[in-house]
Design a protein around this ligand. Structure first.
Ligand SMILES: [Zn+2]
Length: 320
């Protein structure tokens, strides 16, 4: 946007200058047009659209309206339809990665959703988040923040990244089955989708193409507090926190916090990974995790910081 404003200011001053000098109007307007075209081409090439949190928030609203969306439910199948339709509207495509897995409630059908956005190189930077919500048999849990915010964030990120010059191929992954079926988080009853994704990538020999993984989880809390997840790869965390500092996004705190999440399987497989998560959320895993707990401002903060950090992350990955 800055480029456009600067460009337009130049156009305006050119027009005033030329008119005063008494040049031909037709020549002048062609000149203005060409400068404008140049500005627009530069814009498309260098600056992607800004992350629009009002769009992201609307996605959260739509997801919450579907209701509880636990892995294996008809509602999560509807959620997949919503995500696929939104991605298709962008001119992109969702590839489904289905699998069946044993869980404490029996065998469950799960599906990761993969969206590839072309880049200059085939090596990939993966940005992921989960889209399932935790199963509660005796309560209505719609997971506005936990499951909703991450999926909504990825949808808006797809819109931004498809118009960006990506040095690496971007892969957005909507993970299924992040949540444990049991009340407690006991191995291996959690992160089913990311575990399957990594195992599959190993099996088909594509794991080495994934240069880094960035995970977002519960990033919509209206009282956003994101701590440095201590198992995450330090240089990746540093790159993101440097952007937060630069943009004066004070929700990114310099306090440590250990969280097990979908990034673990990537770390264990040797892929640099970072978890951007706000676990300081009173409504966490309660029926109070509803739309009113989520704010567009928080989604905007994370969107701005992540997009600002991407060039430094990509530069580091391209050096390797
Ligand atoms: Zn959860």
């Amino acid at each position: 946007m800055l480029n456009l404003r600067r460009g337009l200011a130049e156009v305006r001053s050119n027009r005033i200058g030329r008119t005063k000098a008494g040049g031909g109007h037709r020549v002048l307007s062609w000149h203005v047009l060409c400068v404008l075209c140049g500005v627009i081409v530069t814009l498309r090439g260098a600056d992607p659209p800004r992350f629009d949190s009002s769009r992201a928030y609307e996605h959260v609203r739509q997801l919450v309206a579907i209701g509880p969306r636990p892995a294996g439910s008809p509602a999560i199948a509807s959620t997949r339809q919503y995500i696929s339709a939104q991605i298709k509207q962008l001119g992109l495509r969702v590839v489904e990665q289905p699998f069946d897995t044993e869980t404490p409630i029996g065998r469950v059908h799960m599906v990761n959703l993969l969206v590839t956005i072309p880049g200059s190189r085939k090596e990939r930077l993966l940005i992921g988040g989960h889209y399932d919500t935790k199963l509660f048999r005796n309560a209505r849990f719609v997971g506005a923040n936990d499951g909703g915010s991450s999926a909504a964030f990825l949808l808006e990120l797809a819109r931004v990244l498809k118009d960006r010059m990506n040095p690496l191929t971007m892969e957005l992954v909507f993970f299924d089955g992040e949540e444990a079926f049991n009340t407690d988080w006991v191995d291996p009853d959690h992160t089913y989708g990311s575990r399957y994704y990594v195992a599959n990538a190993k099996r088909i020999g594509t794991l080495s193409d994934i240069k880094a993984m960035i995970l977002v989880d519960m990033i919509g809390d209206r009282q956003l507090n994101i701590r440095r997840e201590t198992a995450s790869t330090p240089w990746l965390t540093d790159a993101i926190w440097a952007s937060a500092r630069k943009l004066k996004q004070t929700a990114f705190l310099n306090e440590p916090l250990r969280v097990e999440d979908d990034h673990m399987h990537f770390l264990e497989a040797g892929v640099p990974a970072v978890d951007i998560i706000d676990l300081d959320y009173p409504a966490w895993h309660t029926p109070a995790d509803t739309l009113d707990q989520v704010s567009a401002r928080s989604l905007q903060a994370v969107g701005d910081v992540l997009l600002d950090a991407l060039p430094a992350i990509e530069a580091r990955l391209l050096q390797r």
